[in-house]
Write a protein that binds this ligand. Structure first.
Ligand SMILES: Cc1cc2nc3c(=O)[nH]c(=O)nc-3n(C[C@H](O)[C@H](O)[C@H](O)COP(=O)(O)OP(=O)(O)OC[C@H]3O[C@@H](n4cnc5c(N)ncnc54)[C@H](O)[C@@H]3O)c2cc1C
Length: 429
């Protein structure tokens, strides 16, 4: 199918398998002339993933690019409600997209932050709570080396030099390239860049349906496009399903609650202190993160949430999302004993004293009176594969005709985003 004005070929929308040709860029005039808005590329979602993809498209492919977001500003969801850690690429199985794109994304993001003068706190240690965890720590070291992430195994005395208040049993893994940033600052700079490149960013526009393969409906507003990129975070499954893509996938929300060290105790953590995680699951466990502003965050949890934007106890609950979260969590709990144990452990962190106990395992001198809650709850948009009854562990991207769907942009997608954007544009090409 070919769209365009007589004598001016705009795009061939025959899909990725066929020719995708952007011969003539749309001008502002042609974009709005026919009573509907037309773009070469329409990106749904102005989180870190949508922003970086839009910028990469504009720089590499050119053409008219528009980002829409249902909220009034960027970072209303995961991209503005995370730990702000640029992960170095330690945890991920070699050969996975996460492994490849996090190492590259970490380097690119650090360079970007240097270029833009964005403050960074450098370094991280992963500590053990018992000798039983040392084997997993060694496995993390093996993965890091295979992935090309720089790490050093340090002993208990060396750990004290790096993090005087942290404790470990035998060894700890030190990562110099793990860095924390303010995620909102990164988003703001990227938004400035996007606008400077001529990308149109439209907030308060929610995609609600598909009219045809080249027209998105946004509550009555018709947006025409050559290629659509679905970067809608927790709702990317819904948008993919509008195209009959990724039907076996649903997104289950997991709530990340944080506490913080009271300011007068923030000196107890110099950079980042992490536990050894259960590497069968895509969660890293409660950890300490020092932000560039000197706040030491503790968390996040991975508690099943009741809906995709259920940041408080009972707010933003939607019936269909609640039913889906209950159904798939229940199926997984029944079929997987390890998931059941993880679920019980995570739910217990709703109890402040039990959350504190988890944190104290990393920092033995910590007292309950030294922490307070921190209102930066985030929700992980975790993909669940209903055909396998499993949580997807790697990033998932599905392409279909002239649309591309980013379906599991969970951690470390913030870190990976610039490299991930190159990967997605490679698929479009
Ligand atoms: C608690 C927590 C801690 C984390 N810590 C880290 C970390 O330290 N390091 C790291 O690398 N990663 C971390 N992550 C993961 C990281 O935050 C996410 O992977 C990343 O932000 C995902 O970005 P996104 O753009 O896909 O999603 P989002 O930021 O959620 O953006 C999606 C956007 O799509 C919009 N949208 C949704 N539906 C529609 C629609 N129908 N129409 C229009 N717009 C729509 C939403 O409003 C939203 O702005 C963490 C995540 C959480 C929750």
């Amino acid at each position: 199918m070919r769209y365009g004005m007589p004598g001016r070929e705009l795009w061939d929308a025959s899909g990725f398998g066929g020719k995708l040709v952007i011969c003539t860029m749309l001008t502002d005039d042609t974009r709005t002339k026919r009573g509907f808005t037309m773009y070469d590329y329409l990106v749904v979602g102005c989180g870190i993933v949508g922003l970086t993809i839009a910028i990469e498209i504009k720089k590499t492919l050119g053409g008219s690019v528009c980002i829409i977001d249902k909220e009034s500003a960027p970072g209303a969801h995961a991209s503005g409600r995370n730990s702000g850690v640029l992960h170095a690429g330690i945890y991920y199985k070699p050969g996975t997209l996460k492994a490849k794109l996090s190492v590259e994304g970490n380097r690119m993001m650090r360079e970007y932050c240097d270029l833009k003068g964005i403050a960074q706190v450098k370094g991280k240690v992963i500590v053990t709570k018992s000798t039983a965890e040392i084997e997993t720590l060694r496995e993390l070291e093996r993965r890091a080396v295979a992935n090309g992430a720089q790490v050093t195994m340090v002993d208990e005395n060396e750990l004290k030099e790096i993090e005087p208040y942290a404790s470990t049993v035998g060894f700890a893994l030190y990562s110099p390239n793990t860095v924390t940033v303010d995620p909102m600052e990164v988003l703001e700079k990227l938004l400035e860049d996007a606008r400077a490149l001529g990308i149109e960013v439209r907030f308060g526009v929610k995609m609600t349906g598909v009219d045809d393969r080249n027209t998105a409906d946004a509550e009555g507003l018709k947006l025409r496009f050559g290629t659509l990129i679905n970067a809608a975070g927790a709702y990317s499954d819904k948008i993919a399903h509008m195209y009959n893509v990724g039907r076996q996938y649903v997104i289950i929300p997991y709530k990340g609650l944080y506490y913080r060290l009271k300011d007068e105790h923030a000196h107890m953590v110099r950079s980042n202190i992490y536990p050894v995680p259960d590497i069968r699951f895509p969660f890293l466990g409660v950890h300490f993160t020092r932000t560039p502003k000197g706040i030491v965050k503790i968390g996040p949890t991975a508690i099943p949430a009741l809906s995709k934007e259920n940041y408080g106890f009972f707010d933003h609950i939607k019936k269909d999302e609640l039913a889906s979260a209950l159904k798939y969590n229940a199926r997984k709990l029944v079929s997987d004993k390890n998931y059941l144990l993880l679920g019980i452990k995570e739910m217990s962190k709703y109890v402040p004293h039990l959350f504190f106990k988890e944190a104290k395992g990393l920092l033995p001198a910590l007292e309950y009176s030294q922490i307070e809650s921190y209102p930066n709850t985030g929700i992980r948009a975790q993909l669940f594969d209903t055909s396998k009854q499993e949580l997807a562990t790697d990033f998932v991207v599905e392409t279909h005709e002239n649309s591309i769907h980013v379906l599991n942009a969970v951690s470390p997608a913030f870190t990976s985003s610039p490299a991930f954007a190159e990967y997605v544009v490679g698929l479009i090409k």
